[in-house]
Write a protein that binds this ligand. Sequence first.
Ligand SMILES: NC(=O)c1ccc[n+]([C@@H]2O[C@H](COP(=O)([O-])OP(=O)(O)OC[C@H]3O[C@@H](n4cnc5c(N)ncnc54)[C@H](O)[C@@H]3O)[C@@H](O)[C@H]2O)c1
Ligand SMILES: Nc1ncnc2c1ncn2[C@@H]1O[C@H](COP(=O)(O)OP(=O)(O)OP(=O)(O)O)[C@@H](O)[C@H]1O
Length: 285
Amino acid sequence: MKVIGLLVNHTKPMAQDVARRLIEIIEKHGAAARIDEKTAETIGRDDICLPQSEFADHVDLLFVLGGDGTILGFARQFAKTGLPLLGINIGHLGFLSEAEPQDLEDSVKRVLDGNYCLENRLMLEAQVERGGQVIYQDLIALNDIGIVKDRFGTMVTNRLFVDDMYVDQYTGDGLLVSTPTGSTAYSLSCGGPIVSPHIDVMLITPICPHTLHSRPLVIAADQEVRVEVTGTHEEMVLLVDGQDFRTLENHDIIRVKQAAYKTKLIKWRDREFYEVLRRKLHNAP
Ligand SMILES: NC(=O)c1ccc[n+]([C@@H]2O[C@H](COP(=O)([O-])OP(=O)(O)OC[C@H]3O[C@@H](n4cnc5c(N)ncnc54)[C@H](O)[C@@H]3O)[C@@H](O)[C@H]2O)c1
Ligand SMILES: Nc1ncnc2c1ncn2[C@@H]1O[C@H](COP(=O)(O)OP(=O)(O)OP(=O)(O)O)[C@@H](O)[C@H]1O
């Protein structure tokens, strides 16, 4: 029997109702659901309650109830488990989600029939060195690692090396190292190219560079990015998917490479990325 773990963003007013309906449908089709303590208490289903830390050993796949931010958070939390993940959009844009709350019956049937494709999305792994010591490591991102100034109206200078070869120095709001998934997020706003999620590359995009010549770079996924950071105001941070952060100091060294694991996103049809682009980022049918 297939077991589906439900990952719920509790800040979404619709989340509990969608979870309740999903569980009914999953059980009607002869499969089982597992939910965290808070959801179990709210909807009165203690019998299927399981701590999220035990999902990896007891569920076959994950349904994520939220928007893009929720998917990013749970993708990082469950990165090492290799569990496939289906986004059910109860957020705003839902670029990374495949299902909508009005399609729950169809979505459950497809998943239980195995009628879907898996997209393996590259993730990044970053570490920070200070004075020759590694001070932060295992920082995993699905979208992007940002090395940015932390105060409106100041600048940061990033010296960029790829595989120990000096590339350039970027002064401005910062530098993003993005995955193909992240190419449609912050990097897009900074003039970066849209990268198909079906190729494994890393993207380096300057954020508001104060030069005439700085351009985004696409490098191979097996290369290592090294950034040396300085800021006259010394207020700089490393951002992980825009959600998690670490404070940086002058001369910190940030290394970014592809992570050892990937996020497996459930998609109904293979290679439908361009349709999602048109629909979600261009408002086109
Ligand atoms: N100026 C900008 O465009 C800007 C600034 C900061 C952060 N971001 C992005 O926001 C991401 C975090 O997302 P969040 O939802 O937690 O924050 P958030 O709620 O502030 O949302 C940012 C927006 O980006 C969208 N988004 C997130 N990931 C996406 C992706 N891979 N493709 C297309 N759209 C995407 C979200 O749906 C939302 O509309 C960061 O990884 C960063 O890339 C963008
Ligand atoms: N697992 C989680 N549990 C609780 N809150 C979360 C979780 N993941 C994200 N959040 C918070 O929920 C809020 C909104 O989440 P999310 O980004 O998924 O929705 P959205 O902004 O409505 O959708 P979208 O990003 O698709 O436009 C954010 O403040 C985010 O930090």
